[in-house]
Design a protein around this ligand. Structure first.
Ligand code: AMP
Ligand code: ZN
Ligand code: FE
Ligand code: FE
Length: 280
């Protein structure tokens, strides 16, 4: 059996994960996986930090990101891989997302205040990047309003919850274009979570490069539909755990990408880098 596993979906303290980049690399080594892509929400900050230390853990790193979009009121997450992490368009897009997050978080906090559940940004866990609903959920647990992050989502923060705010958003089409312009490949994250068939159909008309058919602890039966579609449309088949550390109970390496696909992504990255103008 091929022992190679590349977990191409995990989060760090640069977004809503609880592990620092170093702790994540240590964990990857501990569970025996060979490669990872850090796919923080709307930031590549962790990649830059992890790059210098990854060789000492013998873990291969691929640049990654998870960008949120909304189609027909439904969240659709798009993973970007193997892009030039210094691409100006991509970094500008990340900054636009940070602004969107700030405004949305403010609106959610305002709603909570009106529900007599005030929280302060000081309640958030230490963070150096993309702040989102998990941070708000954490603050609500800390204040004793709910007994778990899951409960905070269920009652208040998920779509339709009492304090839910959709906020500003970007389209999937625009997101895919930003990733492509940065030389990357665009993969639909956890397609299993899209509930509206019309959104699935629409997404498959866009110039995507792959599907995250293997996700989290999802059994083969749940993945088969996506494997079939990917094969039929000649799309990359990727996999990842969506590891968030203590925020979610999923182990790193719960799902993974196979060697041959990782090899294609590695080659793609090499081409992206080779195409950049030389600075000297
Ligand atoms: P945001 O980026 O602020 O829209 O928050 C989305 C993130 O919240 C997701 O990527 C998950 O990490 C987390 N999340 C979404 N739904 C839930 C839930 N029901 N329970 C716990 N975490 C969730
Ligand atoms: Zn997340
Ligand atoms: Fe996601
Ligand atoms: Fe994720």
């Amino acid at each position: 059996m091929d022992e190679f596993r590349a977990d191409l979906h995990c989060h760090t303290t640069f977004s809503d994960g609880s592990y620092t980049p170093t702790e994540l690399l240590k964990e990857a080594k501990r569970v025996g996986i060979q490669a990872i892509a850090i796919t923080d929400h709307d930031t590549t900050g962790a990649y830059r930090q992890a790059l210098t230390i990854a060789p000492s853990y013998s873990i291969e790193l691929l640049p990654g990101i998870e960008l949120s979009s909304i189609e027909r009121r439904e969240p659709v997450h798009i993973l970007g891989y193997a892009f030039n992490e210094n691409d100006e368009g991509l970094q500008r897009f990340c900054l636009a997302h940070q602004r969107r997050r700030k405004e949305r978080n403010r609106a959610i906090i305002e709603r909570l205040k009106n529900l007599k559940l005030p929280i302060e940004e000081e309640d958030f866990p230490i963070n150096s990047g993309s702040v989102g609903r998990p941070h708000i959920a954490y603050a609500m647990v800390k204040r004793g309003y709910v007994d778990s992050i899951q409960r905070a989502f269920k009652l208040y923060l998920k779509e339709g919850g009492l304090a839910y705010v959709e906020g500003d958003h970007f389209s999937a089409e625009e997101t895919i274009e930003v990733i492509h312009r940065a030389g990357g490949v665009a993969v639909i994250a956890h397609p299993h979570l899209i509930t509206d068939q019309a959104v699935v159909d629409y997404m498959l008309t866009l110039p995507i490069d792959g599907l995250e058919a293997y996700y989290c602890y999802y059994p083969k039966s749940k993945c088969e539909r996506w494997l079939r579609i990917a094969k039929k449309k000649d799309l990359l088949i990727t996999g990842g755990s969506d590891f968030h550390g203590s925020v979610k109970k999923i182990a790193l390496g719960a799902s993974w990408t196979e060697r041959a696909t990782f090899e294609l992504l590695r080659q793609h990255y090499q081409k992206t880098i080779d195409a950049l103008p030389k600075s000297d």
